[in-house]
Design a protein around this ligand. Structure first.
Ligand code: GLU
Length: 332
């Protein structure tokens, strides 16, 4: 056999071997990257958390070929449910109120029984929320104190509004017995119950505008109730996560003037167990797509990269978020 014949045979053997390898592993290199599934816990479907969670997952999933992360959204009871479920390791990420992020991390207030969750981490801050009380017009309630003796939905036990309502009542020296009756309605059920005259008032700690308050003010005649006075002023002064807030006039039917209340910030939190590269890619997806994120819900209108990296964050940042914020100069 001459050399050329040898070479020919060798080429055939090598080619056949490569071909058989290709057959044995028909998956492309891209598909081989294992998909990492993350679930985002939100709130009721007529609130802001749910559509915001949807917007976040859309931005993450748009680049899933590159980073391998696939996000899904779950409608939940709200902040308290999300914080408890993240602690239990059954939820990866959640949208929560800044007051309850603080208490969950430090193990204070309603988290004093379970103790601190030192694994809780912030990803980024989102929209402002206002403690919102809506009453039927015929209930003649325009100020919070006038809720005495009324039928009030104080919120689902897993919700942020319920926890903040209980805290407010405690500071006022009130308890549930001052009301004529209390109901634990889910966020999405409250407006319907209000307009069906099953309750006189509902409480929702939520960003504006939102579907629930819109439903309550368009289905029947109802008014947004002022939550102000010395107890609120003292709360804002003493507790760093509370601020004064207003619900703008003219945003909802039958409510032409602005109403005073107090507020918090909503933020996205997770556990330190979430891998750093996953947290990094999630933050990057939202910050890179910020302009389209803001267009997805009117409550997101005033967000800036800077406010989202710092506002309302009272616990350590997740290392992946910190890396992104440092890289982009948002924090030092
Ligand atoms: N702030 C509410 C909560 O923590 C949820 C508001 C919303 O769903 O937009 O339960």
């Amino acid at each position: 056999m001459n050399l050329r014949k040898h070479m020919g045979l060798l080429i055939i053997v090598v080619a056949a071997f490569a071909f058989s390898l290709a057959l044995a592993s028909p998956v492309s290199a891209q598909e081989q990257k294992p998909t990492k599934f993350v679930t985002i816990g939100t709130g009721g479907v007529t609130g802001v958390y749910y559509p915001v969670g949807g917007a976040i997952s859309r931005l993450i999933n748009a680049n899933r070929e590159q980073h391998g992360i696939r996000a899904t959204v779950e409608s939940t009871g709200g902040s308290i449910y999300n914080l408890n479920t993240i602690r239990a390791g059954d939820l990866d990420i959640g949208v929560v109120q800044s007051d309850w992020q603080y208490h969950a991390y430090y193990g204070t207030s309603r988290f004093s029984d379970v103790g601190p969750n030192k694994k809780l981490r912030a990803l980024f801050s989102i929209h402002p929320e206002s403690f919102t009380v809506v009453a039927r017009k015929d209930a003649n309630v325009t100020k919070f104190e006038q809720l005495r003796g009324k039928r009030v939905s104080i919120g689902d036990p897993g919700s942020g509004q319920r926890a903040s309502m209980d805290l407010l009542l405690e500071r006022m020296g009130w308890d549930h017995s001052v009301f004529g009756a209390t109901f634990d309605l889910k966020a999405a059920e409250q407006s319907i119950a209000l307009c069906n005259n099953q309750i006189d008032a509902m409480v929702y700690f939520v960003g504006h505008p939102n579907g629930s308050i819109q439903e309550a003010t368009t289905t029947c005649d109802s008014v947004i109730v002022e939550v102000a006075g010395p107890v609120i002023d003292k709360m804002i002064e003493e507790l760093p996560y509370y601020r004064s807030a207003v619900i703008p006039g003219g945003m909802y039917r039958g409510n032409p003037t602005e109403v005073k209340t107090f507020g918090v910030g909503a933020l996205l939190v997770t556990s330190s167990d979430l891998p750093d590269d996953v947290a990094y890619e999630i933050v990057k997806a939202v910050f890179d797509g910020l302009e389209s994120f803001k267009r997805l819900h009117p409550a997101l209108e005033h967000l800036t990269r800077q406010s989202m990296a710092t506002d309302a964050i009272a616990i350590p940042l997740h290392a992946g978020a910190e890396k992104y914020f440092k890289e982009t100069g948002l924090i030092k």
